[in-house]
Design a binder for this molecule. Structure first.
Ligand code: GLN
Ligand code: ZN
Length: 758
């Protein structure tokens, strides 16, 4: 019999119980034991749900109060000295995760978990780093499940990925040099789990599916040989996901492990490669149910893969599972009450994916009538989705294809555009502007909530938004900004706002997934061809422009960002969906132009995060992403100034693509890096205009005139002042007006001082 298993389950709770408990605990409203009880309840609920769904091997230690990488750091005692050594205290743990105002301690660095929207705490290592077993979490949770009668499969981030995901502090050294010191702790952990009764232990090594050097691959071998010796009896399942093993496959199959998990959703071609070379002692775990997306599994084609594996390996050597932890999908489709029956029949959230695994196992063990009926239902849903008019809009497809044949280039080159734009805009040297949003205060958000509950009419709601826009325009005029924005008060979120107005997108009520700690996002779902029903931003932008003689920027969200922050279709390449979104934006641009908006900003903050994990896949991605952006702006008038915004500070990977985008102005984050992010543009000889951020919007601190002036002088020393703009790092939606007023006042003052100097 084949084995079904899970690599991990969502931990935030079906109704975000953990989020609420964490925030209450941080606010001092509940005790540590209350928090721990909520956590235990969620774990129990998850385990029982998986057991009831018939999963053979259920993960434990996949739960976390904040982040599993942080848990691993604490497990092996990698607690930076500044947080203190009282490692078993919850306050140390949360200080590492969130910082402490009281102790004047910043949080540890956080970064994206591979290409997901989950963020992990980056482990820190010093050259003298010592490790020791400093937590009992995996053992406690194993015992907790055992008390419920479930022998789980503990999951631990593998030692190689743990080191590779971390960063070194102080003197530069090779992180892998720490392996010898780290492995005894892992060995101890595995041995103890084995002695508690764990038959299988899962070690996650997603880093093995990425580009690796020969030395790193050698280190993998040494590491796993050591671990093998430590636990001769427990079975080790090494889990890879998010990418293909490719040239690392021989290394993976040479390790002394008992099973290897492959992500067959991301890279189905891996199966044949692995079947051809897997040694007899290793079983294969097929990751066939999509752990990254909300679509129902195509049971027939999955079964074909399973049968193929069984035929080559025999059932005893085949496991089936989701492609990765289910952490990245929402809990339960049954909590969605507003989805149409049609859409619902195409989807599966975490709970439904468990059932899919069970059906697949039953089918692989010999079909009976009930299984046949389920497969029939599944096939009908698949067929319906493939032929639904809700998914395919032939006239839209024809329009996209036709428009893509136009040249993807603006009519005249940047220097000529600049002359024409300047004649119209008459901007001063070093024009000042902001990135788009002004504070989304509790009050502004409450209007939207009231609108939803029917306590405010659409007219009343819009009246309030207009009043807020007017106040903001007046304030920007009074402080002396050159290019104004309307403030984005009508937007709950820069992607959701557009998703609500585009055909082909649907929003969920409870489709939350963890982003970091207690924070969750509810990504829209793109299920069909994307079409603009009507202008999306015109009303607000033209209203704002009608109030002032200063130019007001139109504000759109770019196609890559829209894709990155949504669940996307799995039935066509991302690029195709991106071009459909781009067509909607292209139409919006021309409506804005016609209505007298002369500057239009198309934000692409997620362009860089969309970069494929494997180097060899990047050129193709960047090429369609650039084409797609150029497709939006190619038809814009020469006089229309196109801006984009990207809020991060590392551009080396994408600078060429940015140059090819050929926007008139780009704004970037740079205040925290003291203008270093401008370097990539300077080195490259960036030909167009740029606004390096001079105000860190992630901090409540008000930057002084002097500070801003210093940053600006640095910028003008490195880059042609006639092509520089002055702006904050990012949007101001999370800041308070009391912080913004003095900050922007100082920004304008510093600019004026510098204009005199130049
Ligand atoms: N225009 C958006 C804002 O100002 C940009 C946000 C972002 O870059 N994430 O909020
Ligand atoms: Zn930004």
């Amino acid at each position: 019999m084949i084995i079904t298993h899970t690599l991990g389950f969502p931990r935030i709770g079906p109704r975000r119980e953990l989020k609420r408990a964490l925030e209450a605990y941080w606010a001092g409203a509940i005790t540590e034991s209350d928090l721990r009880e909520t956590a235990a309840t969620i774990r129990r609920h998850n385990w029982l749900m998986q057991r009831d769904a018939g999963i053979d091997l259920i993960a434990s230690n996949d739960f976390s109060l904040y982040d599993h990488v942080l848990d691993t750091a604490v497990l092996v005692g990698a607690i930076p000295a500044r947080y203190g050594r009282d490692e078993n205290s919850l306050s140390t743990y949360f200080d590492m995760a969130r910082g402490s105002a009281e102790r004047d301690l910043p949080a540890m660095e956080m970064t994206k978990w591979f290409d997901t929207n989950y963020h992990y705490i980056v482990p820190e290592f010093t050259q003298e780093q010592e490790f020791r077993l400093a937590s009992t979490k995996p053992f406690d949770e194993f015992e907790e499940a055992k008390a419920l009668g479930i022998i789980t499969k503990p999951v631990i981030l593998g030692p190689m990925s743990f080191l590779l995901l971390g960063k070194t502090k102080g003197a530069r050294f090779d992180r892998l040099a720490l392996l010898d010191r780290l492995l005894p702790i892992y060995a101890e952990t595995l041995a103890r789990l084995s002695s508690l009764g764990a038959e299988w232990i899962q070690l996650d090594e997603p880093c093995l599916a990425l580009d690796r050097t020969a030395e790193e691959l050698e280190a993998y071998k040494a590491a796993y040989e050591t671990l093998r010796e430590a636990v001769p009896n427990a079975k080790i399942l090494l889990a890879t996901y998010f990418e293909r093993l490719d040239e690392n496959l021989p290394t993976a199959l040479s390790l002394p492990i008992d099973a290897l998990h492959l992500d067959l959703v991301r890279a189905p071609q891996q199966l044949e490669q692995a079947l051809a070379s897997v040694p007899e002692r290793i079983a294969l775990s097929l990751g066939i149910v999509d752990g990254r997306n909300v679509w129902r599994n195509d049971l027939r084609s999955s079964l074909a893969l399973i049968e193929r594996a069984i035929q080559k390996l025999s059932p005893e050597r085949v496991l089936i599972a989701p492609s990765c932890s289910l952490l990245h999908v929402p809990y339960d489709l049954a909590l969605e009450t507003k989805l149409s029956e049609e859409l619902r029949s195409w989807m599966a959230f975490a709970k439904q994916k468990l059932d899919e695994l069970s059906w697949l196992k039953r089918a692989a063990s010999g079909k009976d009538g009930i299984v046949e009926a389920e497969f029939e239902r599944n096939a009908r849903a698949m067929q319906a989705r493939r032929s639904s008019p809700a998914v395919y809009d032939q006239s839209l497809r024809a329009r996209v294809n036709e428009a893509r044949r136009d040249r993807l280039q603006r009519r005249v080159s940047y220097p000529e555009r600049k002359r024409r734009q300047q004649r119209k805009l008459r901007l001063p040297l070093l024009p000042t502007t902001t990135i788009g949003s002004f504070p989304q205060t509790a009050e502004v958000r409450s209007w939207r909530a009231k609108l939803r509950r029917g306590e405010l009419s659409v007219e009343e709601y819009e009246q309030r938004i207009r009043a807020e826009i007017e106040r903001t325009i007046r304030w920007q005029e009074s402080v002396g900004l050159d290019v104004l924005v309307h403030g984005e008060f009508e937007r709950s979120d820069m992607v959701e706002y557009f998703a609500e107005q585009l055909d082909g997108f649907v929003l969920t009520e409870n489709g939350w997934v963890q982003s970091y700690g207690s924070r969750c996002v509810r990504p829209p779902i793109i299920y069909g061809d994307v079409r603009r029903r009507a202008p999306m931003t015109l009303k607000w932008s033209t209203f704002a422009q009608s109030l002032t003689d200063k130019p007001v920027k139109g504000m759109l969200t770019g196609p890559v960002t829209m894709l990155q922050w949504s669940f996307v279709r799995d039935d066509q390449p991302r690029s195709e969906t991106a071009f459909q979104i781009a067509l909607a934006l292209r139409d919006e641009v021309s409506d804005l132009e016609r209505a007298g908006i002369n500057i239009i900003q198309i934000d692409e903050p997620a362009l860089r995060e969309g970069l494929p994990l494997r180097q060899s896949d990047r050129p193709d991605y960047l090429s369609w992403a650039v084409d797609c952006f150029r497709f939006i702006i190619a038809a814009a008038h020469d006089e229309t100034q196109i801006h984009t915004h990207m809020c991060y500070a590392e551009f080396d990977d994408i600078i060429e693509a940015i140059v090819e985008m050929d926007v008139d102005v780009i704004s970037i984050e740079s205040s925290r890096s003291a203008m270093e992010s401008l370097d990539a543009f300077v080195r490259y000889g960036y030909p167009n205009e740029i606004g390096p951020g001079v105000y860190d919007v992630h901090s409540p601190r008000v930057p002084s005139v002097e500070e801003i002036l210093t940053l600006l002088r640095k910028a003008t020393a490195a880059f042609d002042a006639h092509r520089l703009w002055v702006n904050p790092d990012c949007g101001l939606k999370t800041r308070a007006w009391e912080q913004i007023r003095p900050s922007l006042t100082n920004m304008v003052a510093a600019t004026k001082l510098l204009r005199v100097e130049l």
